[in-house]
Design a protein around this ligand. Structure first.
Ligand code: C5P
Length: 218
């Protein structure tokens, strides 16, 4: 039996995480936050003092790192036995993740880890290339986006709520830079899968987005 997969792709700050977790909970499906895999590798690389262009070392670290996920209201990520959930949300980690994610070799190392999440009764997979590369045969695909100013504001509020420092102008600039890097890279760029339901969440609240996604699946 093919395990059903719902992919939710889109740029940073579109609300993919919140929507994906809520839908996974309602369907009682597994949840893959692929961004946190890239972020965890970026954190491990930064902590080991490895340069962000040392692709061989980054792949080596990616091959041996041990990741565990616990999905409650928030996602808990354990990297080599340590809870790194908070460190993963910083802009430094996010930007480093976007830099290392552009290397095809790095993406290849992380591909298997992501595919392993496809387990019964189903999977909600959130990222940039879930519907295009990792799960191209997914039964349900969504592309979730919002204007960059709106996404920057949401990200700013999220960081402040979590007790991190944040600067809205800087976040807007970084989000726009990251969008460009993620959509221009040669391998698995951020694209809208042809068969995806397109949702612009700029003027929708989270419940409205969740309802549209649930409608697609049920
Ligand atoms: O989604 P999130 O902001 O946590 O992702 C961090 C970075 O990881 C993104 O900017 C992107 O470059 C990379 N990423 C990716 N492919 C994915 C998920 C994330 O390239 N499927």
């Amino acid at each position: 039996m093919t395990v059903p997969v719902l992919t939710i792709d889109g740029p940073s700050g579109a609300g993919k995480g919140t929507v994906s977790r809520a839908v996974a909970r309602r369907l009682d499906w597994h949840y893959l936050d692929s961004g946190s895999i890239y972020r965890a590798l970026a954190l491990a690389v930064l902590q080991e003092g490895v340069a962000l262009d040392d692709v061989a070392s980054i792949c080596r670290i990616g091959g041996v790192m041990k990741l565990e996920f616990e999905c409650g209201e928030e996602l808990t990520v354990m990297l080599d036995g340590r809870d790194v959930s908070r460190q993963l949300t910083t802009e430094i980690t996010g930007n480093a993740a976007s830099i290392i994610a552009a290397y095809p070799e790095v993406r290849q190392v992380l591909l298997k880890k992501q595919k392993a999440f496809q387990q019964l009764p189903g999977l909600v997979a959130d990222g940039r290339d879930m519907g295009s590369v990792v799960f191209p045969d997914a039964r349900f695909k969504v592309y979730l986006t919002a204007g960059s100013a709106e996404r920057a504001l949401r990200r700013y509020k999220q960081l402040i709520e979590k007790g991190n420092d944040a600067n809205l102008i800087q976040i807007t600039r970084e989000i726009e830079e990251r969008d460009l890097r993620d959509s221009r890279r040669a391998v698995a760029p951020l694209t809208i899968p042809q068969d995806a339901l397109y949702i612009d969440s700029s003027d929708l609240d989270i419940e409205q987005v969740i309802a549209r996604v649930m409608n697609l699946v049920c």
